[in-house]
Design a protein around this ligand. Structure first.
Ligand code: NAP
Ligand code: MG
Length: 406
């Protein structure tokens, strides 16, 4: 069978540690035998970021703006220990943060469901995607400890020096205060990213805040979403047969648990932080969670939700085999290839992405899986394999599905 030809390159962002090893194997075993792979390669491995003074990360984000679709391997976010380990001249910022700032995107996370691994919530039949606003609120706050009696005020000074004041609290005893912010621009681009993603996935969009209590702050989120929806998206949603649904955050949590899934849940920054961990754990495993950054202009960057699996890498360096789960990273590749196929109108490429995903699920559903899934799977006969055996097991099924088996 002839290899599938691509038109536009994918922006390929290589990464670190065990995921870097698995990255290469995925390309060798599951992609390049089938696709004449076209990528523009950016090495975001920590050594290359150090060598380029992190310019490579910026370049890769700019390339994503140029081509529209990127696929990213997990990368180390340096801390003090990593500065020592890699002899860094600087504690380089999180590549994901840098890329997000340049693309101005929203992160969507979605669990991969397989038969034999059921969600802890009985009613969940379809995946729930979390869309997390990635700017502001408590993550960019200013806090203060109040040592004794006094008056705490919120003061805004405009460009002309005119002050607006509001009393936060007249303290009679020690206490604490906090100030936080968001911008209309950031909330608007969050809203558009969510509406576009819902149209893309043909799934309902839910959004919730605490606007009854926070009558200005949270209410602004509610109003901005509604205004943009009415002005720009209502018709498209009607045509697609999907809904935008707003409710209070506590009501949303109750409804999510009773739902059967199959929708996108847009969350304010803190809600998204907490709820994505809840949803990921309830569905099973971080190694079965995909993640895509979508910009309001429609640029896409696909990755796995997990990190570089450092512990496995050190075992790998000692020459030991590891049972690293590659599913989320494979799905990052299939997400990117499918999107490229859609944009360039290459149906074979879209089909290949579908088939590769199907082969991954079939492998696990037939009882061949990595160590992390064994404890979760309710199958009777399970076989634990190492990372490479797992990829070959997927290849075997991919060949069968594509009718290529000799
Ligand atoms: P991690 O790489 O997600 O791994 C934590 C543990 O979860 C692993 O030790 C492993 O458990 C299990 N695990 C995660 N992914 C797995 C997979 N694909 N297959 C099998 N088991 C898996 O998190 P971390 O060890 O805290 O972080 C390592 C590095 O990743 C850090 O330097 C961090 O900065 C970076 N990171 C990057 C991203 C990103 O680029 N998006 C995200 C998060 C973290 P066992 O060891 O018990 O098998
Ligand atoms: Mg968290």
């Amino acid at each position: 069978m002839a290899k599938i030809i691509m038109r536009t390159p994918l922006v390929e962002m290589d990464g670190d540690e065990m995921t870097r090893i698995v990255w290469k194997w995925i390309k060798d075993i599951l992609i390049e035998p089938y696709v004449e792979l076209k990528t523009e390669y950016y090495d975001l491995g920590l050594e290359s970021r150090e060598k380029t003074k992190d310019q490579i990360t910026i370049d890769s984000a700019e390339a994503t703006k140029k081509y529209g679709v990127a696929v990213k391997c997990a990368t180390i976010t340096p801390n003090a220990a990593r500065v020592k380990e890699y002899n860094l001249t600087e504690m380089w910022k999180s590549p994901n943060g840098t890329i997000r700032a340049i693309l101005d995107g929203t992160v969507f996370r979605e669990p991969i469901l397989v038969k034999g691994i059921s969600p802890f919530v009985r009613t969940w039949k379809k995946p729930i995607s979390i869309a997390r606003h990635a700017y502001g609120d408590v993550y960019k706050n200013t806090e203060m400890k109040i040592e004794g009696p006094g008056k705490a005020e919120l003061v805004f000074t405009d460009e002309n020096g005119i002050e607006t004041r509001k009393t936060i609290h007249d303290f009679t005893d020690p206490g604490i205060i906090m100030g936080m912010h968001n911008t209309e621009k950031s909330i608007e681009s969050f809203a558009r990213a969510c509406f576009n993603y819902a149209l893309d996935k043909k799934q309902d969009l839910w959004f919730a805040t605490k606007d009854t209590i926070s009558k200005t702050y949270d209410h602004s989120f509610k109003d901005i979403f509604q205004d943009i929806f009415d002005a720009e998206y209502k018709e498209k949603f009607d045509e697609t047969g999907i809904e935008y649904f707003y409710t209070l955050i506590d009501d949303a949590v109750a409804r999510v648990v009773r739902s059967e899934g199959g929708f996108i849940w847009a969350c304010k920054n803190y809600d998204g932080d907490v709820m994505s961990d809840m949803v990921a754990s309830a569905f099973g495993s971080l190694a079965m969670m995909t993640s895509v950054l979508v910009s309001p202009e429609g640029y896409y960057e696909y990755e796995a939700a997990h990190g570089t699996v450092q512990r496995h890498y050190y075992q790998h360096l000692e020459g030991k085999e590891t049972s690293t789960n590659s599913v989320a990273t494979i799905f990052a590749w299939t997400g990117a290839l499918r999107k490229r196929g859609q944009l360039d109108e290459i149906p074979e490429l879209e089909h290949f992405a579908d088939m590769l995903e199907k082969a991954c699920l079939k492998t696990i559903e037939e009882g061949i899986m990595t160590k992390d899934l064994v404890a979760l799977s309710q199958l009777e006969n399970k076989k634990v394999v190492n990372a490479k055996e797992f990829l070959y097991a997927i290849q075997d099924r991919l060949n069968t599905i594509m009718g290529q088996k000799e």
